[in-house]
Design a binder for this molecule. Sequence first.
Ligand SMILES: *Cc1c(COP(=O)(O)O)cnc(C)c1O
Length: 365
Amino acid sequence: MKNIPIYQPLLAGNESRYVNECLDSGWISSRGEFVERFESTFSKYVGVDHASSVSNGTVALHLALVALNIGPGDEVIVPTFTYVASVNTIIQAGAKPVFVDSLRDTWQMDPEGVARKITSNTKAVMAVHLYGQACDMNALCLLCNENELLLIEDCAEAFGTYYDGKHVGVFGDIATFSFFGNKTITTGEGGMVTSNKQEVHDRVSHLKSQGVSSTREYWHDELAYNYRMTNICAAIGLAQLEQADNILVRKRQVAEWYKEYLHDLPVSVHVEQDNSRHSYWMCSILVEQADCRQFLRDYLKEHKVDTRPLFPLVHTMPHCKVNESFPNAAYISERGFNLPSYPSLMEVDIIYITGLIKDFFGQKQ
Ligand SMILES: *Cc1c(COP(=O)(O)O)cnc(C)c1O
């Protein structure tokens, strides 16, 4: 019986060749030709004017918030059903996260919930495109325009996700991506900040590089950071981008197999919306009964199939605790988990995994 992990990056292109070019040339730090090549190829792929590489997806979010001058006294509306980094960076920027519920069908932030949480202190909305699906960007853009709010898109889980024919990340004022090892394209650790606005991009570039003056050496004109990506990571990223379409096709195929083989079981697979293209970062399912989730996950684990629960709600964590309830987010978070979702999975693997799920429900009856 072989082990099936939750994720495994596909590094079958020019990754090692490009990394070796860095080693051979000595350009292993954050200067070198791959950094600019990765950034310009990435911005073309997404269809955005500017892209600035950073060391991970969390600092990308922090940088985005700081570049938009979000800080003490400001409120940022964010879903409670998200990865913790979306919320932590709001707090780290000195602002206050204000939580909203999610939609039952798409699992994305509820625009009506956002509308209800707008106050005179609201500065921005953080739209997190979760698990490869897109948020309702028509509704969120309209709300932000009407209320003069900034819109930040956390696209960490949505590389290859399209909404109304456009790649996510082009709808708001600024967007961020993550290239962690289990993200759709990876640089090991890494991230990107994108924007269509020149002045926002200039702020991002300045802040990620210690706020150094462009005219005077070792002169730093504001409090800033070292959030730069290395040339080695960018080399991996460029090779990954060359493979991006192939990776996305394979991941879609994996999701289609899951849908086919899970068809008549009491689980529901995350649905693709009509006006968007799911990138299937993860193949996520919900079980009908929340208390059966752990039994099913344990059963799969016994057979060496690794899974991950969907994110617990951030507003219940000690450092973010608020006394509110978000019923849709709770429903999804308690029932959902991710199945192995990597691009090199074969149909026999999916038949094996879904066969175990069939066995599990058979045994229970
Ligand atoms: C992965 C992820 C991040 C953080 O990215 P890192 O590269 O791990 O720092 C932020 N937001 C979401 C939604 C993520 O999934």
